[in-house]
Structure formats: structure tokens, C-alpha cells
Ligand binder design. Structure first.
Ligand code: MN
Length: 713
């Protein structure tokens, strides 16, 4: 069992001027507040704190960190407030203890690959001080060493968590001895049989293997000495977990893995690297496909080395890494670069700075002259661009910094985003626009009545939320357009005694949509709703179709009767000196109000009204002509015929007809022909109120692109 004295004397070995009194004070304080608490092992709780603190001294940590180690469970397991720790042991100690407490309180539910990665990052992000993680690792290492006292299911749970979260964290910190200890202990609880098997076989073979390794090393030395190459040869030993990993990854037996001898040859120059490679290949048969030249082509993480596998003298495999001292140094520090390589989706450019920092950390760890100064400079902000929060079931999710409750809602499901009306953080309601903070437990409250708002776009951070909100708004605008268009068209149709539902059932609207180059009837309705096309235009197109394909609805019949009546009643024409004359309009020239007109007295049929320039009139007997003039009223409607000659172009008919309807004229009939020289000739029979309206239409039609001639017939 570790005693206070073990800790203080250990500190003094690497930091002779350390403030040992503070450690003693923490020890006394901790003993007092944890008094009466017993570990499952039956030992006083204090033993755990002493062990954790001792592990920290093995990591050569400073006094503050060791003190925090002694106090790391005070907040969680006693009545002590963080404020008291701050008052008695200072700001830094309190921060570390607070950080460790926060991490310990977290409940990580799922430990799938991506989850584990996020949890590790979250722990890093929540640790404003690297010592938080180091204390947590020391705590975990001692808990793993005493895991045997826990219930079996708890053993497996903690072992799995250690393997997934804490061992990799130790690896990233560059503290490999903690990493391998955590891994081996986890393996012991997770795969007890395999662990036992590996241990037995390794123990059996140990002597034999060591003897063989010595001989091989000897052999290599001699060979290299022949060629005047000064090399350092290291034997690489594998810990149980790495043997297990290799067994399962490469489907090998324990013996097969353990039989693999691994050497590292370190030389002074790149030239020598290749020379050594040549000599090794001349001594032993290389294994095909196992040679890797990371010297000329370094790995992404800057790692450089020559790797080869050869068959040893007894037929066993030997793995050899050959590198220079400089490459070896980079490989050691490369843990940091390796980290970058594994970065998640939010990898940022500031990573480089972090690696510089980590490289420095590793450099310092080697020379540890003044651990106090060293640790004071290593306050870290490893993932300044990310925040990590929990779902109510304990999953960890990563977000770009500044993300809000809405980003979170959309990350769960787009429907949750669309329906989110509130959020709870750690049980308390917060506004939707409030930002996510590390460690928040976030719960979204939805309502079927809620929907996204344009304002959200101003504060959401994630591309996913942005895209989803935008597409919802677009969809919404279109839906609104469709509904509005529908009701506009419905009203306009009703005035014509037509029913939208019936028309929607028929193919006519979709035919019109096609003519107007819309994708669908919905598009057409949306365009009406957005005011880009008028219901009148649609009805203008619809009518001729209905006239042909459908029985004429009562409305139209009534209207036609009205029109005929109006003509019969001689409305609009005053015949000079005559009253109650039967008047009709000539079918040859279709005069309309405003046109210069003249009357032709027919035999027994009253007076026919002609255009003054009508050829019939010119040829007729002057005696039978009579002066007439217009007497217009707004309700009158006259029929005119137009011939539009145009170049062939898709959509031209649509353009021409929409102009006519825009000018409030009705198209009664349209006849379209294409001539052999690719000209389009359209004949329109339209209803207008007067010649000014007709003139307007003609002028407008002449302006339509590709229209060549517009003639009144
Ligand atoms: Mn603890």
C-alpha cells in the first residue's frame, strides 16, 4: 500500500524544491473528508487517493496535479464544495478537481466507434487543463487494478469503457505505459480466457525467445559491423493486448504472433538505412509484399521508416524497422500527427498549432527539468472549434462551436428540427437560439404545430440545419403559392360558371401547363399564386378546349345567347335619319366599334354594317350605302379576326395568346398552321369591346419575339 511518504519522496526525485507541505495538507484534508468511507476491497477510501496520486508522480507530475489527485473524489463523494477546495488549495487545483468531477459524472451510453471518438474528444474539450485528463487516467488506472472487487457486469462495463475511451486517451497523451496497462487490464476482464492463454504461452516461451533474440541481435551487429555501420538495435516487445489485437486482426494463434520477432535498427543516415536493408535481405529471405518504403514516401503523419519482414534462421518471421535517429524522434512525437490523421469531420486548420503544442509536450516530457513551469504552460484548448453534448440517452454528439439547439434538433432528425419548439438543457428550458456548451444534456421539445422560421437561418451553424430550413421554406412558399393560385383560379372559373374540381380531374389544365412550359399543374397553380400568370390567361386557354372536348356548360350558352341578343338589338349603331332599322354586321370585314363604318342597304334584310374599306362596299352601288355611326356601350362585344405570322419557336403560341388575354380579350378560336418555310401562321378569332382595344392588342403582338406580321382580317 502506498503511503504519503512514497508520494513526497517520489516528487522530490524529479522536483527537489517542490512545495511538499501542500501535498501533506491535501493528504490530511482528504483523510478528514473521506473519513469512514471504505473501498469495495475493504481498504479505507484514502488508499485509492494515495494510489492515484502515486501514479501521477510516476508520470512526473507537478505538485498541483498530485494534490488534485489526492482531492479528485472530494466533490463527488463527500459534502465538500468546490469553493472550499479553491479557498484551501487555489484556483488551479479547484479547476482540475472540478474538471475530473464533471467527467466522472458523465454517463456514456453507447460506445460504438464514432461515439467513442466523440467521447474522447469531449473529455479533451472539457479539460481546460491537460492535468484533468492525467488525473482521470491515474484514477482509472487504479480503479482498473482493483476492478476485481466489483460485480462481474460492472467489471465488463468499466473494462470496455477503459478500452474504448481511456486507453486511447492515454495513447494520445503519449503516455504509453498507462495505455498498455489499461489495455491489458481491460483484456483481462473482457476476454479472461484469451488473456490467460496469452499469459501462459508467453511465460512458457519467454526464456527461449529471449535467448533467440539475443542471438539474432548479435548476428545483425556482426554483419553491420563488417560494413562499418554503427547501429542501435532495439527489440520491440508486445504487451498482451497488442498480441491479442494482432491475433484477431490477422487471424493468427498466440504462438504465431509471439514468434514474430520485431527489431528496430537505428542508424545515422538515410543511405545507411538502405544499406542495412540490403544486408538484411542478403542474410534472410524477405517475405513477399511486406517491404514498405516510408522513407522516400512518408506517411501522412510524417512517419518515416523502412519496414520489411524476413524469414529467420529457424523459419520464423522477423519484422524489421530501419530508420535514422531523426526519423525515430519524429516517430515518437508522431503520436500527435497521428492524432491529426484521425481527426473527425470538423478537423480545422488550428490543428497544426495543437500538434506543435503536443510535440512540445513530448519534447518537454523527455527533459522534464522544471515540471512546474512545464505544466503551467500546457493549459490547453485542444478542440477550440467543437462542442460536445449529450442526448438524453447518453449519446455524445459533436457540433461546430456556436451551434444552437436548432442545430442539435436537426442533427437528430429533420422532422425533429422542423417541429422543435423548445429545448431543455440539463432539465431546464432554454431558448432555441441558445448555444450548445460542452457537456450539456440536451432534450428537444417538439410540437406538431411548430414549423421552421426564416429567422432560424440567422443563427444556425451546421450546414445540415441550414439546408433543411431553406428547403422547408422553399417548399412552404411553393405550397402557399399553389393554394393561392388554386383559389384565384377557382374564383375566376366560378365567374364563368366553371368548376375547378371538374377541370382538375380532366387533362386540360395539365395540357395548358405543358403549353406554357410548366412541369406540372402544381407549378402552373404556383405561378398563378405568385402572380406570374393570371387566371384569365388560363381560362382563355381553357375555353376553346372545353368548347371542343366538352359539352358547352350552361354559362357559355347563356353568354352566347346574350351576345346574339345584343347584336340583334342593334346596339351600338346609329343610322343617319333612320330609326328602328334592322342592322347586322358584315361577316366579310367584321367591323368593330371605332372602325370607320358604312351601312349597306340590303333587300329585305335591313342594313348590313361594313368597314369603310371593305372591298364589298367599294364594289357596291353607291346608292345603297348609308351613313352610320357608333353608339357604344361598355357591355358590347365584337368579334375580330387576326392573323399572326411568326417564325417557328417553342412557346410562341403561348406568348401570343397570353398577350391577347392580358389585354382582356377572349379568344374564341385559334387555328395554327406551320408553312413549309417554317413560318407559323395563327388565326385568332377574338372578342373585343372596341377598336382601340384591338389596336392595343395588335401593337402588343407585334412586339412579341419572333412575331413577323400581325394583320387584322
Ligand atoms: Mn477516484
Amino acid at each position: 500500500m502506498i503511503r504519503l511518504n512514497d508520494i513526497t519522496s517520489q516528487i522530490l526525485t524529479y522536483h527537489p524544491k517542490a512545495n511538499i507541505e501542500l501535498v501533506e495538507k491535501a493528504y490530511v484534508y482528504s483523510a478528514k473528508v473521506h473519513q469512514g468511507q471504505i473501498r469495495l476491497s475493504g481498504e479505507p477510501y484514502l488508499s485509492h487517493l494515495l494510489e492515484a496520486a502515486y501514479i501521477l508522480t510516476q508520470m512526473k507530475m507537478d505538485v498541483i496535479c498530485v494534490v488534485a489527485g489526492l482531492l479528485h473524489d472530494t466533490i463527488e463523494d463527500t459534502d465538500v464544495e468546490l469553493e472550499e477546495i479553491r479557498r484551501l488549495f487555489g484556483e488551479e487545483t479547484a479547476n482540475i478537481v472540478g474538471g475530473v468531477t464533471k467527467i466522472s459524472k458523465m454517463q456514456f451510453s453507447s460506445r460504438k466507434q464514432q461515439q467513442a471518438e466523440n467521447i474522447r474528444k469531449m473529455i479533451l474539450a472539457m479539460s481546460s487543463d491537460i492535468r484533468v485528463i492525467l488525473v482521470k487516467l491515474a484514477d482509472r488506472l487504479h480503479n482498473m487494478r482493483t476492478l476485481g472487487y466489483q460485480r462481474p457486469e460492472k467489471q465488463r462495463y468499466i473494462a470496455a469503457e477503459t478500452l474504448d475511451i481511456y486507453a486511447p486517451l492515454a495513447g494520445r497523451m503519449g503516455i504509453n505505459w498507462i495505455k498498455s496497462s489499461l489495455e491489458d487490464l481491460s483484456l483481462y476482464y473482457l476476454e479472461p480466457e484469451i488473456y490467460e492463454k496469452i499469459r501462459n504461452e508467453v511465460a512458457q516461451k519467454k526464456g527461449e525467445r529471449e535467448k533467440f533474440l539475443r542471438e539474432m541481435k548479435e548476428l545483425l551487429f556482426e554483419k553491420l559491423a563488417e560494413f562499418n555501420i554503427k547501429a542501435s538495435i532495439k527489440v520491440r516487445d508486445k504487451h498482451f493486448y497488442s498480441i491479442y489485437k494482432k491475433m484477431s486482426d490477422q487471424n493468427l494463434t498466440v504462438n504465431q504472433v509471439y514468434d514474430i520477432l520485431a527489431f528496430r535498427v537505428i542508424v545515422n543516415s538515410i543511405k545507411e538505412c538502405y544499406e542495412v536493408l540490403g544486408h538484411i535481405h542478403s542474410m534472410f529471405k524477405p517475405v513477399q509484399g511486406r517491404f514498405k518504403d516510408y522513407v522516400s514516401v512518408p506517411k501522412v503523419n510524417m512517419y518515416q521508416s523502412l519496414h520489411t519482414s524476413v524469414i529467420g534462421p529457424l523459419g520464423q518471421r522477423m519484422e524489421v524497422q530501419i530508420r535514422t535517429w531523426e526519423m525515430d524522434r519524429v516517430a515518437e512525437e508522431g503520436i500527435a500527427a497521428h492524432w491529426k490523421y484521425k481527426e473527425g469531420p470538423f478537423a480545422s486548420k488550428t490543428d497544426d498549432k495543437q500538434f506543435a503544442w503536443l510535440r512540445q509536450l513530448l519534447e518537454w516530457q523527455k527533459s522534464l527539468k522544471d515540471p512546474v513551469e512545464f505544466l503551467e504552460t500546457v493549459r490547453m484548448d485542444l478542440f477550440p472549434d467543437e462542442v460536445y453534448v449529450f442526448t438524453p440517452i447518453g449519446e455524445v454528439k459533436a457540433f461546430p462551436k456556436g451551434s444552437t439547439m436548432i442545430d442539435y434538433a436537426y442533427s437528430i432528425h429533420s422532422e425533429v428540427g422542423e417541429k422543435c419548439m423548445g429545448a431543455r438543457v440539463n432539465g431546464k428550458m432554454v431558448p432555441l437560439r441558445s448555444q450548445l456548451k460542452n457537456g450539456y444534456i440536451v432534450e428537444i421539445i417538439t410540437s406538431p404545430k411548430q414549423h421552421p422560421s426564416k429567422d432560424w437561418l440567422e443563427f444556425v451553424k451546421t450546414p445540415r440545419a441550414k439546408t433543411k430550413i431553406r428547403s422547408w421554406i422553399n417548399r412552404q412558399e411553393k405550397d402557399e403559392g399553389i393554394n393561392l393560385g388554386k383559389s384565384l383560379l377557382e374564383k375566376a372559373l366560378a365567374r364563368q360558371h366553371l368548376n375547378l374540381t371538374n377541370i382538375l380531374k380532366s387533362e386540360q389544365l395539365s395540357a395548358i401547363a405543358g403549353e406554357l412550359s410548366f412541369h406540372s399543374v402544381e407549378d402552373l397553380l404556383a405561378q398563378i399564386g405568385l402572380g406570374k400568370i393570371s387566371p384569365k390567361q388560363i381560362i382563355g386557354r381553357l375555353k376553346p378546349k372545353l368548347g371542343i372536348k366538352e359539352e358547352k356548360p350552361a354559362g357559355i350558352v347563356t353568354k352566347m345567347v346574350d351576345r346574339i341578343k345584343r347584336r340583334r338589338l342593334d346596339h351600338g349603331i346609329k343610322v343617319k335619319g333612320v330609326s328602328d332599322m334592322l342592322v347586322r354586321f358584315a361577316n366579310c370585314c367584321h367591323p368593330i366599334p371605332g372602325d370607320p363604318v358604312i351601312g349597306f342597304i340590303t333587300r329585305g334584310r335591313g342594313i348590313t354594317i361594313h368597314h369603310k374599306n371593305c372591298s364589298h362596299v367599294v364594289k357596291s352601288e353607291p346608292d345603297r350605302l348609308v351613313e352610320v355611326s357608333w353608339e357604344t356601350s361598355k357591355d358590347d362585344i365584337y368579334v375580330a379576326r387576326l392573323r399572326v405570322t411568326s417564325e417557328e419557336r417553342k412557346g410562341i403560341l403561348a406568348d401570343v395568346s397570353s398577350i391577347i388575354t392580358q389585354k382582356n380579350a377572349n379568344i374564341i378560336e385559334a387555328d395554327v398552321k406551320t408553312t413549309t418555310d417554317s413560318k407559323g401562321i395563327s388565326l385568332f378569332t377574338i372578342e373585343v369591346q372596341n377598336s382601340k382595344q384591338l389596336q392595343d392588342i395588335i401593337v402588343a403582338l407585334k412586339k412579341v419575339k419572333n412575331v413577323l406580321i400581325v394583320e387584322r382580317l
